[in-house]
Design a protein around this ligand. Structure first.
Ligand SMILES: *[C@@H]1O[C@H](CO)[C@@H](O)[C@H](O)[C@H]1NC(C)=O
Ligand SMILES: *[C@@H]1O[C@H](CO)[C@@H](O)[C@H](O)[C@H]1NC(C)=O
Ligand SMILES: *[C@@H]1O[C@H](CO)[C@@H](O)[C@H](O)[C@H]1NC(C)=O
Ligand SMILES: *[C@@H]1O[C@H](CO)[C@@H](O)[C@H](O)[C@H]1NC(C)=O
Ligand SMILES: *[C@@H]1O[C@H](CO)[C@@H](O)[C@H](O)[C@H]1NC(C)=O
Length: 419
């Protein structure tokens, strides 16, 4: 299986978290020298692969464990495969039509970009939501899982899928049928938002063109936990703007039962907050991996595994950092970081958090006021151990996946795949 950017390096680490231990052990730093570390070459023969000549950009995967199948979204195509052996069960062409492609090239986009790149793929009650960039004219379709070739209905694609295939998007379709999406909402890609843009919940978004909410974000992933929808992204750090542009990794969240503001924040989130996610090698000269590239959330373990790289203009390197949801809670339960005026320093400030914890009784002017005032938490989310779990010099890792395996002798172990 070719996976977006999943290059010729795939590494598997086996991490045994000692039961009850809160500090990671020294053992983890020596992974690479131990038999708990498996390289790409050893793995490649044991994996199934799928690709079709002429088809590229297999960027979305949707797992359907009840029917042992996988839906794959690629450029101009959707496939349904068997989970075991990756045999093709069904193929569906979904290219942009001629007039849409013509309009796209007339607007100055390349032939390459004027294809339909599938970027959103979700399952809801036996139906699959498939959205694509459709030659810079985003479009969504609903299909039956048992017959993905047949389009049951069409839906609006803007604010659900980016226009530009190189722009980031992350989305989550909840059991209630609400679609949460982080992506640019316009042709140019200047108006990025995290929003709820489909389903029974109110349509809400992050405050438009407000750098304190989002500043040139790249969206990585999103997941739900305890009544919140969390999303992982990187953005220019407003709190460091006077020291030049600096991108940082963030975890943002909103309450699932946010119903929007009354006045200033009408149609916008009133529970949006974000915190910095740090992945740093400590010491006299701490070395930071500021670019989150991929992250996976383990709901049962209440843990997050992220791969981070150095910034684009610095020495190439990557690290894997692990966080607990208690560390995430600790940051969101702590003080806010607040800038009283555009020229003043950022200071910690405490204020009532009732509403931000989804415990409010609904909309109120106080909640609007607080949401307009605070977006950033003062304390960053710290990893589980002082040092990253794994460091790789000279390469930029872009993907992480974790398999939790029960064993007889070591209890539950985490098999970490990075590529
Ligand atoms: C699609 O894949 C090709 C190579 O397989 C790559 O060069 C190109 O950047 C990809 N496009 C997108 C939008 O990911
Ligand atoms: C092409 O697609 C656009 C929207 O995606 C639609 O409005 C138009 O009618 C289609 N044109 C043809 C010729 O099918
Ligand atoms: C709230 O969201 C709406 C719709 O996205 C937007 O038009 C409006 O400007 C936002 N409110 C404020 C105060 O910016
Ligand atoms: C985090 O906080 C939420 C409530 O805000 C709670 O439901 C959840 O159990 C907490 N998680 C952990 C791991 O502490
Ligand atoms: C949101 O849900 C929480 C429980 O999870 C509840 O206490 C609170 O009243 C709800 N708020 C709104 C505005 O519905």
């Amino acid at each position: 299986m070719e996976w977006r950017g999943w290059r010729a390096r795939l590494v598997v680490m086996v991490v045994a978290w000692l039961a009850g231990a809160t500090e990671a052990t020294r053992e983890e730093q020596l992974l690479e020298e131990s038999d708990k570390f498996i390289g790409y070459d050893e793995l490649v023969d044991a994996t199934d692969r799928f690709s079709i000549t002429g088809v590229r950009n297999y960027s979305e995967l949707l797992f359907d464990p009840t029917s042992f199948q996988i839906v794959v979204g690629a450029r101009d195509h959707v496939f349904r495969l068997s989970m075991v052996g990756l045999q093709m069960l069904e193929a569906s062409d979904w290219a942009a039509n001629k007039s849409t492609v013509e309009t796209c090239t007339l607007k100055g986009q390349s032939q390459e970009a004027c294809h339909n790149f599938v970027r959103v793929l979700h399952l809801h009650r036996g139906r699959v939501l498939v959205c694509g960039t459709n030659a810079f004219s985003p479009l969504c379709t609903w299909r039956r899982l048992s017959n993905i070739h047949h389009i049951e209905s069409w839906d609006k694609g803007v604010a659900r899928c980016p226009f530009n295939p190189t722009h980031s998007v992350t989305s989550l379709l909840t059991i209630e049928g609400d679609l949460y999406v982080g992506t640019p909402t316009d042709f140019s890609g200047r108006d990025s938002a995290f929003m709820r843009s489909l389903g029974p919940g109110e349509r809400l978004r992050t405050h438009q063109y407000d750098l304190k909410w989002l500043s040139e974000p790249t969206f990585i992933t999103t997941f739900e936990s305890s009544g919140f929808v969390y999303f992982i992204f990187r953005e220019n750090a407003v709190e460091y703007l006077n020291c030049g542009k600096r991108a940082l990794s963030r975890i943002g969240r909103v309450c699932k039962n946010d119903s929007g503001g009354m006045r200033v924040l009408k149609d916008n989130w009133t529970t949006f907050l974000k915190a910095r996610l740090t992945c740093t090698v400590p010491g006299d000269f701490p070395f930071s991996y500021d670019y989150v590239q991929s992250l996976t959330y383990l709901p049962r373990e209440q843990m997050l595994y992220g791969v981070f790289s150095t910034a684009e203009n610095s020495i190439v390197g990557s690290a894997v950092c692990v966080y607990t949801m208690s560390a995430v809670n600790a940051s969101f339960d702590g003080p806010f970081k607040y800038q009283p005026s555009p020229s003043s320093a950022w200071v910690p400030e405490t204020a009532d958090k009732h509403h931000f914890r989804c415990e409010g009784s609904g909309t109120s002017l106080e909640a609007d006021f607080a949401a307009d005032k605070f977006q950033l938490m003062d304390k960053p989310v710290m990893p589980r151990s002082a040092d990253p779990l794994y460091i790789l010099n000279g390469e930029r890792l872009t993907h992480v996946a974790v398999d939790v395996v029960a064993t007889r002798l070591s209890g539950s172990i985490h098999v970490v795949f990075v590529g």
